[in-house]
Design a binder for this molecule. Structure first.
Ligand code: DGJ
Length: 780
């Protein structure tokens, strides 16, 4: 809902209000962003300035200093010395701008952009406030879109050059927001390859903190999502704000605590190596920024983001649509496969309940390792004599969907494409380019390169029944130079505009194909990619203990329905850590479940376990993929709990993970979240079993004969027997479950009974929660 009265704008969502007004000077003053307020006289929250503070510069005679005001989009060079949202060289050569109110318009829908992805939604409403520079005919439109049910407001700007000279835009933020509070904790997701999206929280009391990327993509170093939480805010209590950006290139979010305690947050394209010459009459569209706030803790804030992603970002046709359980061959084979091997993996996968087989890297050109072949999407007939069509048909005939890997934005020097079109690769003339994974990046700013990619990918997609595509991108950009742009300051952003054109065309032409984006894992996990591809491979790290940090971090901004999560072979290829099969599944089940291991290396019992996992997941899939996801504050470093609750609060699943076993540990209490207090529920441990090897010599206490650890009998016994985990069952009301179940005692170093919870290092359990009513309706 958006209203305007006497130049006061009220943007209202289900639970929040965003209010600003036009000042007599024509600038916009932010009055409130927080809990929902009714319409009233807002003079009580106008900023009152009676005298300029000592050294402040006054905008006009009297007491108005822009520096002391919470502004919507500050003008540059007029006495506001905080970080600036817009910096450009004007026709007079100065960097001074002074944008003031010139009019506004309220529209009953979201307005899609032509060049960049935009959030959509039937209930969306848009406010466009036009600001005009006081000296030159340059206009800046501030565009606000309200997504009522998701409690999200998006912001972006559109800059139009009405002069007859080129404007040089050095920095243009999509949104800038000033909040009245002296200090916030800032939460960011940082990391690198195989350790993406680790959440970091620190107090930010003074100065400027910047969260940005310069790799050419949103990056695994710093995700574009940022949260500001009042000190003391927890997962379930307290005020917090979140920002994110629908953009996949270099991003920039800065948080400044000013000398008078106003906190300015701004987000947009990174100014790193950015310079956009805006021609006379031209318009620059900035990507859409996402804002949300909650007074009920960070979990609630995440729920706003999750609703927004599920209903307003990912392609509408995938919204709420359950995703298949897949098997991907990458960790099992790398480049070393042939049709026979692939078919036997697929056959085994089918027996276990897998629905989609994905053929990863290595199927085209001379791509037998990572030094060659990228760019040439001709199938390698030595490996796949029947081509992609032949393989896909055979896999379909087994009753499986078929999926395929591509890395279309890249080229190897050892490829037919590079030999024919070396100019397609990004590099500075006269300089030897740096390489990443032996490859160069194609210049997607060039239209002929975009067209080449579109035609290569579409030819393959049209040639066979391909139901799924994994779209990979395995290096950062360096040596940036593009023939396609008049100024190299445009190159990074033009790459992303080219990428979006390619993605829009291919995904529109093949609307039924499920696309999963990937960039060495989660190097491009962002809302821009999600606008075209509803899911992302979260990380190349498939170790479940690492995944808890990665998926837990991503969950601040992105719902489980966006996170590819696979069960792989232990010891894990990324960490050499050994983890139990059940924990690998338990971590992956809080995402889009897949398997990435050679099923033929599993024993009978492990296969049985996997088949049970898949059938359990299928019957809980809607809940696991689209349920309300909760994190926990308690003991984050040694114990991680995840919980999902169905929209109607009738069903839930809790995952309880232990990192390291403590000697003689204290008793565990599980506090369930998101349930209805007055509803009666049944809680039950999901059956799982453990490899008997984990017990070592302790087995002698529970087996009638003495077994030698590592001996032949034990080695054979583990193929036919796994020890069942303890199972607990309770019936209780939501209020009791919320205050905490005291679950069974863990192994204390002595004694064992069927009730003992044997978790050990990296152990875990799942518990299902279902309302009594549902049980009686037979929905178990
Ligand atoms: C990086 C991806 O993240 C992996 O899953 C795999 O697809 C490889 N690329 C293949 O080269």
């Amino acid at each position: 809902m958006i209203t305007e009265k006497n130049k006061v704008f009220m943007l209202t969502t289900r639970e929040t209000s965003y209010i600003f007004r036009v000042l007599p000077s024509g600038h916009l003053e932010n009055l409130h962003y927080g809990d929902r307020l009714r319409e009233q006289d807002f003079r009580a929250i106008h900023m009152k300035q009676n005298a300029g503070a000592g050294s402040s510069v006054l905008y006009r005679d009297g007491a108005m200093s822009l520096d002391l005001l919470p502004l919507e989009y500050a003008p540059n060079g007029k006495g506001d010395y905080r970080i600036m949202p817009l910096e450009m060289e004007m026709p007079d050569g100065s960097f001074v701008t002074d944008f003031v109110y010139a009019g506004h318009e309220i529209i009953e829908e979201a307005l899609p952009m032509e060049t960049l992805p935009t959030a959509y939604g039937e209930d969306a409403m848009t406010l466009i406030v036009t600001l005009r520079d006081k000296l030159f005919p340059v206009t800046l439109k501030l565009i606000y879109t309200v997504f009522y049910d998701a409690d999200v407001i998006t912001r972006r700007v559109l800059l139009k050059n009405g002069t007859d000279q080129i404007l040089k835009v050095r920095k243009i933020m999509s949104a800038s927001l000033d909040l009245l509070s002296e200090s916030y904790d800032v939460i960011t997701l940082d990391g690198g390859w195989i350790r993406e999206a680790h959440a970091h929280r620190r107090n930010h009391a003074y100065g400027t903190l910047v969260n940005e990327s310069s790799t050419g993509s949103s990056s695994n170093r710093h995700n574009p999502g940022v949260i500001l939480a009042r000190p003391g805010t927890t997962e379930d209590h307290g005020r917090c704000y979140g920002v994110n950006l629908l953009y996949s290139g270099n991003h920039h979010t800065a948080v400044e605590v000013s000398s008078h305690g106003i906190v300015r947050v701004m987000t947009g394209i990174s100014p790193h190596n950015f310079l956009w010459p805006l021609a006379p009459g031209a318009v620059f569209e900035a990507p859409e920024a996402v804002l949300t706030t909650s007074g009920k803790g960070v979990n609630d804030l995440s729920h706003h983001f999750h609703d927004f992603v599920n209903h307003h970002v990912i392609p509408e046709r995938w919204s709420g649509k359950e995703r298949p359980v897949l098997l991907n061959n990458w960790e099992a084979t790398f480049f070393d496969f042939n049709e026979r091997k692939i078919l036997s993996m697929a056959r085994e996968a089918k027996k276990l309940g897998v629905e989609l087989f994905v053929l990863d890297d290595g199927w085209f050109g001379e791509r037998n390792d990572d030094t060659a072949g990228l760019g040439d999407y001709e199938v390698n007939r030595k490996k796949l004599p029947g081509g992609i069509r032949g393989l896909a048909d055979k896999i379909n005939a087994m009753g499986l969907y078929f999926g395929l890997w591509f890395e279309p934005e890249m080229v190897n020097e050892d490829s037919a494409l590079f030999r024919k079109h070396p100019e397609y690769a990004i590099r500075v003339p006269g300089r030897k380019p740096s390489k990443g994974r032996n490859q160069l990046v194609l210049d997607l700013a060039r239209e002929e390169v975009q067209n080449y990619i579109i035609s290569q990918v579409e030819t393959v997609l049209a040639s066979a029944p391909i139901a799924y595509v994994k779209w990979d991108m395995n290096r950062h950009i360096s040596d940036l130079y593009s023939e396609a742009v008049p100024h190299q300051g445009m190159a990074f952003h033009s790459y992303i505009l080219g990428l979006y054109r390619v993605l829009r065309k291919i995904t529109e032409d093949f609307p039924d194909v499920l696309f999963e984006s990937c960039s060495s894992g989660g190097n491009r996990f962002d809302l821009g990619m999600l606008c075209y591809m509803p899911q992302t491979w979260a990380s190349d790290n498939t170790d479940p203990i690492e995944r808890l940090k990665i998926q837990g971090g991503l969950s601040y901004f992105y719902p489980p329905s966006t996170m590819g999560a696979h069960v792989s072979q232990s010891p894990h290829q990324q960490t050499l850590r050994r983890t139990p099969l059940e924990t690998r599944f338990h971590a992956a089940t809080f995402g889009l479940l897949g398997y990435e291991l050679d099923l033929q290396h599993l024993n009978l019992k492990e296969k049985e376990e996997i088949s049970q996992q898949i059938s359990w997941y299928k019957s809980h899939r809607k809940l696991m993929q689209f349920g309300r996801f909760y994190r926990y504050d308690e003991e984050k470093d040694n114990r991680v709990n995840f919980m999902v609750v169905s929209e109607d609060q009738e069903k839930a699943v809790l995952g309880n993970f232990q990192i390291l076993q403590k000697p003689s540990p204290s008793f565990d209490v599980l506090r369930l979240k998101g349930l209805l207090k007055e509803r009666l529920y049944q809680v039950e441990t999901v059956k799982a079993s453990m490899d008997i090897e984990a017990y070592g010599e302790l087995l002698k206490h529970i087996t009638p004969v003495k077994l030698k650890p590592g001996g032949l009998i034990l080695r054979n016994a583990r193929k036919i027997y796994r020890l069942p985990h303890n199972v607990e069952r309770y019936e209780a009301y939501g209020d009791l479950l919320q205050s905490g179940i005291r679950i069974s005692q863990q192994f204390m170093g002595t004694g064992y009974s069927k009730e003992t919870r044997m978790l050990g290092d990296f152990g875990s359990q799942l518990m299902t929660v279902i309302s009594k009513e549902e049980v009686e309706n037979g929905d178990r």
